[in-house]
Ligand binder design. Structure first.
Ligand SMILES: *Cc1c(COP(=O)(O)O)cnc(C)c1O
Length: 423
């Protein structure tokens, strides 16, 4: 049986495997909570992007905030990807993983001067600028560094991505990007600033988008701008359509990346822009279904209205259910031959919002390991140390090999940077 989202995750008999690794055995070997990722699943998710863009000048910049483990970055760097970063810290990770700074785009509404300097020094490909005020500062910083900063303006096309309000970014009341009707003015200013070099235009309208409509609407609005800009002599080299493509957590049916891109290319070509360089910034769709979070059942608390299955992973390990009320599949690593019961799967953190899944049906006993599915994106990268819980270990599987790619944090590590007061 194959589970939603990934052909690399399947039961063999009663045992759940990711590629050729039995997950229960990995939980025994590395402990829990444990993130496990499939390298083959990540590369397979990249394939439809590449296939659809073959023969065109393009760059796929993995949006690394989805999962920024060095081994994950290394995997995408070796596959030829660039990176979409949102902080100087992420830039340091790209460099440490062997990524090419000349394939990095730097997004985010609040870049500091220090971050701009570091990115200029490293030689990033482009700054995706999100406000007119940022243009002024970036120009100054670039001149101080004796260079010109390559810029694209992140345009807010005011389209509804029809996703969760917290992950919708392309509406006019979101903090992101430059309003579509201000974009011409902002570009004129960018073109006139001595420390800047206009190279492209970008947008990113939201996350977990399951329909092509919002992308096509955003594209049309961007192309309108490109045409208006070029009529004024402001040349736009690349068109960056951001990320945001959704994945299947339960019964969502997002288009494949190849299908989405085919529709976009048809519109791009129809409007006479066939030769323009294209960029995408996928995050979730490259890694989300490549990972699971393994957790061990600590206690069962049957109750009058709810049965609680208390596990050793919590909201600090995986924020998505608590933060977005996200539904994530939860299945046993080894299926029991017993009647299923209905459980709320909850963690040990002292918050009622600390749940991983509600009203889930399976047979379970204390000590059994469960797998939270589709946890490869915005899982570990959003993990915290709340309740002084060390973050989970991470493992990458490749075939039957399992590599530890991040050690489990211990308590001493958590307060290593703290100091007691003088006595
Ligand atoms: C988060 C983000 C992405 C990636 O979004 P996904 O939904 O994970 O694909 C791409 N571009 C920017 C600017 C982002 O902030």
């Amino acid at each position: 049986m194959t589970l939603p989202g990934s052909p690399f995750l399947a039961y063999r008999g009663e045992e759940l495997f990711l590629e050729d690794c039995a997950l229960d055995a990995l939980a025994s070997r590395f402990g829990t909570p444990l993130y496990v990722y499939s390298q083959a699943a990540m590369l397979a998710a990249l394939e439809p992007y590449r296939r659809a863009l073959a023969g065109r000048e393009h760059l796929i910049c993995y949006a690394m905030k989805a999962n920024s483990n060095l081994a994950v970055l290394q995997t995408f760097a070796q596959a030829g990807c660039g990176f979409d970063i949102v902080s100087a810290g992420e830039l340091e990770r790209v460099l440490a993983a062997g990524g090419d700074p000349a394939k990095v785009v730097f997004s985010g509404v609040g870049k500091t001067r220090a971050e701009m300097r570091r990115a200029l020094e490293a030689g990033v490909m482009c700054f995706n600028v999100e406000s007119e005020a940022e243009l002024e500062v970036l120009s100054q910083v670039a001149l101080e560094c004796g260079t010109r900063a390559p810029v694209s303006l992140r345009v807010n096309p005011d389209v509804d991505a029809k996703t969760h309000p917290y992950i919708s970014t392309g509406l006019k009341d979101n903090k992101f990007g430059i309003a579509h009707q201000r974009a011409l003015v902002a570009y004129r200013r960018a073109a006139s600033l001595p420390g800047l070099r206009v190279v492209g235009i970008d947008c990113h309208i939201g996350s977990q988008i399951t329909d092509t409509g919002p992308y096509l609407d955003a594209l049309e609005r961007l192309l309108d701008l490109v045409e208006a800009l070029e009529a004024e002599g402001i040349e736009i080299h690349h068109l960056d359509l951001g990320g945001g493509l959704g994945i299947t957590y339960t019964d969502e049916t997002p288009p494949g990346a190849d299908e989405l891109i085919a529709q976009l290319l048809a519109r791009i070509d129809a409007r006479g822009h066939a030769r323009r360089k294209l960029m995408f910034e996928p995050g979730r769709s490259l890694v989300g279904n490549a990972g699971v979070l393994l957790t061990e059942t600590l206690y069962l608390k049957p109750g009058e209205t709810k049965n609680f299955c208390v596990v050793d992973a919590a909201m600090n390990d995986l924020m998505r259910p608590a933060m977005y009320e996200a539904w994530m599949g939860i299945v046993p690593c080894v299926r029991r031959d017993a009647p299923a019961q209905t459980w709320d799967v909850v963690g040990p953190v002292c918050e009622s919002g600390d749940w991983l899944g509600r009203d889930r049906e399976f047979a379970v006993e204390p000590g059994d390991r469960l797998a939270v599915l589709s946890a490869g994106a915005y899982g570990m990268s959003m993990a915290s140390n709340y309740n002084t819980r060390g973050r989970a270990a991470e493992v990458m599987v490749a075939g039957s090999q399992a590599h530890l790619i991040r050690e489990r944090e211990d308590a001493a590590e958590l307060f290593r940077l703290e100091r007691t007061l003088p006595r």
